[in-house]
Design a protein around this ligand. Sequence first.
Ligand SMILES: Cc1cc2nc3c(=O)[nH]c(=O)nc-3n(C[C@H](O)[C@H](O)[C@H](O)COP(=O)(O)O)c2cc1C
Length: 179
Amino acid sequence: MARVLILHASCEGQTARIAGRIAQTLREIGHAADVIPARGFQAGLEKYDAVMIGSSIHYGHHPAYLRTLLRRHRTALEAMPSAFFSVSLSAGGPGAKPRAARRYLEGLQRQIGWRPQLTTTFGGALQFSKYGRFKRLLMIMIVGLAGGDTNATRDYEYTDWNAVGLFTEAFAQRLNSGD
Ligand SMILES: Cc1cc2nc3c(=O)[nH]c(=O)nc-3n(C[C@H](O)[C@H](O)[C@H](O)COP(=O)(O)O)c2cc1C
């Protein structure tokens, strides 16, 4: 059994939801999993055997506080099995641009100089119910131009939960094989 830390940088909650699902799957496999928001994360990584980190994209970037955290803990992260997932509408959603989603992820790795063993991108969600007036209008405009769902009276989810499960299982397999 491995103790896995799952850190998430989530603004409207979809990345946190994915982190929760990953933890649930890891526990079903027999590992221990803690899900903790990356913002304000202070505790040491020493009590964990492995770490998975997820972050959403807003305005073309992973949040600055996540980049700071990764820089601060880079040495420790390099010494343990790690995985990273990036959540965006480029990865899955109206007018998805998988190559752009991959570029966000690779750009972060280049900036930090951290090479997790496993990386992936997941489609996010459009959560009109959580946006203020400005964000709602902005997202209606952007998504409308992409030919997507602009009925702002409801939310839309584009996350491929099967892909989340497969990614989690691939990481768990590495834990079991000691890679
Ligand atoms: C204000 C705003 C800006 C966004 N900017 C981007 C972007 O530049 N590229 C992209 O692919 N997705 C973008 N998204 C989509 C988010 O990545 C997506 O909604 C994701 O599910 C958010 O995850 P979270 O709920 O964990 O924060 C944006 C969403 C919002 C609300």
